[in-house]
Ligand binder design. Structure first.
Ligand code: 13P
Length: 283
């Protein structure tokens, strides 16, 4: 069932668990994620970056792929199709017009006033179409889709101003997490996280969820995090599975066998995250 993120994240907020956002890169990944989350009876968010959309052919292809798989595989759990790090108003409009049920407008690289203005325009367009909106304040560090970012912790007053002046549904405040692999232990600011959650009173999103130790994930959930984004750890799990398979099956050339070789490791990782986040049996 394709839905926006409103109900699933509001439920997570009051139930003190988090819904996973797993990023998709192709048909097989989408299938593996849907099948495993259905098995675990967990709501799920399929995050798609602009780079992944380009790779897969375009907004319409991604949207039709997800809708068709939900139907063909008889998926009954709530599934949101979410634009991850939409870089412009135009990109969000394209996603919405092509059937995405949720968008992230990431104008965090601009000064706050500009971030607010761009985000406001996206909310205005999205609300009419029953599409939910996530925005970012501060800067999540690390590298995603080949773009490197310096980590900058979100200021509490900026977070409050962004939420109050835009009417967004969810906020992703940068609080020490990074995209990609961590160098050392992540330094999450839980005090600030809790304060922001109390003041803005909407579900918070944690980007850069891969590589964060389990106890810190649980602490983040207790401080108001309701959605956790995982991309890198799925990529690592899948590629390890494929590498191992190819080492022992050097003569195999059927792409279905090669891509499928990452399925088991990927599904195990999905299960681990769903159980850690507490979203199993919440569909
Ligand atoms: P990871 O790179 O830590 O998996 O984070 C993914 C993410 O936040 C996508 O927006």
């Amino acid at each position: 069932m394709l839905v926006n993120m409103k109900e699933m994240l509001n439920k997570a907020d009051s139930g003190k668990y988090a819904v996973p956002q797993f990023n998709i890169n192709n048909l097989e990944w989408t299938r593996f994620i849907l099948e495993e989350c259905q098995e675990l009876n967990s709501p799920v968010i399929l995050g798609v970056s602009e780079g992944a959309i380009k790779y897969m052919g375009g907004y319409k292809t991604v949207s039709n792929l997800v809708k068709s798989l939900i139907s063909d595989l008889n998926i009954t759990i709530p599934v949101a199709l979410h634009l991850d790090h939409g870089s412009s108003y135009e990109s969000c409009v394209k996603a919405i017009d092509n059937g995405f049920t949720s968008v992230m407008i990431d104008a965090s690289k601009y000064p706050l006033e500009e971030n607010i203005n761009i985000t406001k325009q996206v909310v205005l367009y999205a609300k009419d179409k029953n599409v939910t909106v996530e925005a970012e304040v501060g800067a999540v560090g690390g590298e995603e889709d080949g773009v490197a970012n310096e980590l900058a912790y979100a200021k509490i007053e900026d977070a409050v101003k962004l939420v109050d002046s835009t009417n967004i549904d969810f906020l992703a405040p940068a609080l020490g997490s990074v995209h990609g692999i961590y160098k050392g232990k992540p330094k999450l600011d839980f005090i600030r996280m809790e304060k922001i959650h109390k003041l803005v009173n909407i579900p918070l999103v944690l980007h850069g969820g891969s590589g964060i130790p389990d106890d810190l994930i649980q602490k983040a959930i207790s401080c108001g995090i309701c959605k956790i984004n995982i991309n890198t750890e799925l990529q690592i799990a899948w590629s390890q599975g494929v590498r191992q398979f190819l080492q022992v099956n050097q003569k195999v050339y059927d792409p279905r066998k090669i891509i499928k070789a990452g399925e088991k490791a990927m599904k195990e990782m999905i299960k681990e995250k769903v159980i850690l986040f507490g979203s199993n049996d919440r569909a």
